[in-house]
Write a protein that binds this ligand. Structure first.
Ligand code: IPE
Ligand code: IPE
Ligand code: MG
Length: 250
C-alpha cells in the first residue's frame, strides 16, 4: 500500500466520482493572468487527477469540462477551451493508454468544432478496450437536457407499448435511467466541487440523487493528490442511508 492510499478504505471507496472542476478563472485573475491561463493549468490538473484516481482505486471518474451554459461565455474563451481540447487530448493519449484509461464522453459533441470533435472521437476509439479506469468527460453536458432527452424517449417507448396504464406503470426509475445518454456508468457516489461554490450547476442531476457532496475552496488549478485523498477520507466517514435509518444500514 503506497503512503497516500486510503487506510483500508476498499469497502468505502466510491465507485463513481464526479468532479465539478471550478475556479480556473479566479485562479488566473489572482495571478494577474488571463482566464485561458487558468484553463490551461486546469487541464494539466485534469490530466493528473485521472492517474491519481486510478491509483487510489476509483473505477469511474466524471470530469465536468464544459456545460451547456458555458457556450454563452465570451467567444474568445469558448474558442480557447475548444482548442485546448483539440490540442491536449491527442497529447494525452499515450498516457491514457499507459494507464489503461477508457475515455468516454457525456454530452452532445455534435456542436463542437470539427477538430475538437475529431480529437474526442479518436480518443474514444483508441481507448475503447482499456479497463483500468473509465474517464467520462462531460462536454456540452447539461443534466436537465439529459433528463429531457430521456423523457422524450420514454414518451415514445410508452406509445410503442400501447400508451395504456400498464405501459405507464412499467416506466420505472430504472427503465427511465436506461434511456439517459450514458446509462452504463454507476450512479454518482461522490461529487466534488472545487472553487468554493456550493451548487450543482446542471451536473449529473439524475445520477447525483444519492451522491455524497464534497465542497472545497481550492481553485481547480491548485487541486492536488492530497485534496483528492482528503475528499475520499471524508467520503469514507459518511453513512449512506438511502432513506433508511442508521440501525437499518449498520
Ligand atoms: C471552470 O472554471 C472551468 C469551466 C467552466 C470551463 P471557471 O472558468 O468557471 O472559473 P471561475 O469560476 O470563473 O473561477
Ligand atoms: C460549472 O462551472 C461547469 C464546469 C465546471 C464545466 P461554472 O463556473 O460554469 O458554474 P456556475 O456558473 O458557477 O454555476
Ligand atoms: Mg466557474
Amino acid at each position: 500500500m503506497s503512503p497516500s492510499t486510503p487506510m483500508d478504505q476498499s469497502h468505502t471507496l466510491p465507485c463513481h466520482v464526479g468532479i465539478i472542476m471550478d475556479g480556473n478563472g479566479r485562479w488566473a485573475k489572482a495571478r494577474g493572468k488571463g482566464r485561458l491561463e487558468g484553463h490551461k493549468q486546469g487541464a494539466e490538473v485534469a490530466r493528473n487527477v485521472v492517474a491519481w484516481a486510478k491509483d487510489l482505486g476509483i473505477r469511474q471518474l466524471s470530469l465536468y469540462a464544459f456545460s451547456t451554459e458555458n457556450w454563452d461565455r465570451p467567444k474568445l474563451e469558448v474558442r480557447g477551451l475548444m482548442s485546448l481540447l483539440s490540442i491536449l487530448l491527442p497529447k494525452t493519449l499515450p498516457e491514457m493508454m499507459k494507464n489503461g484509461v477508457r475515455f468516454r464522453v457525456l454530452g452532445d459533441i455534435s456542436p463542437l468544432p470539427g477538430s475538437a470533435r475529431r480529437a474526442v472521437e479518436k480518443a474514444m476509439q483508441q481507448t475503447e478496450a482499456n479497463t483500468g479506469i473509465d474517464l467520462i468527460l462531460c462536454l456540452n453536458y447539461g443534466g436537465q437536457q439529459e433528463i429531457l432527452a430521456a423523457a422524450r424517449k420514454a414518451c415514445e417507448w410508452v406509445q410503442l407499448q400501447g400508451d395504456n396504464q400498464s405501459a405507464w406503470a412499467s416506466l420505472t426509475p430504472e427503465r427511465f435511467r436506461s434511456m439517459m445518454w450514458r446509462h452504463d456508468t454507476a450512479p454518482l457516489d461522490l461529487l466534488i466541487r472545487t472553487g468554493g461554490e456550493q451548487r450543482i450547476s446542471n451536473f449529473h442531476l439524475w445520477d447525483a440523487a444519492y451522491a455524497e457532496l464534497y465542497f472545497t475552496d481550492r481553485y481547480w488549478p491548485d487541486f492536488s493528490r492530497q485534496d483528492l485523498q482528503d475528499a475520499l477520507t471524508d467520503y469514507a466517514s459518511r453513512e449512506r442511508r438511502y432513506g433508511l435509518t442508521s440501525e437499518q444500514v449498520s
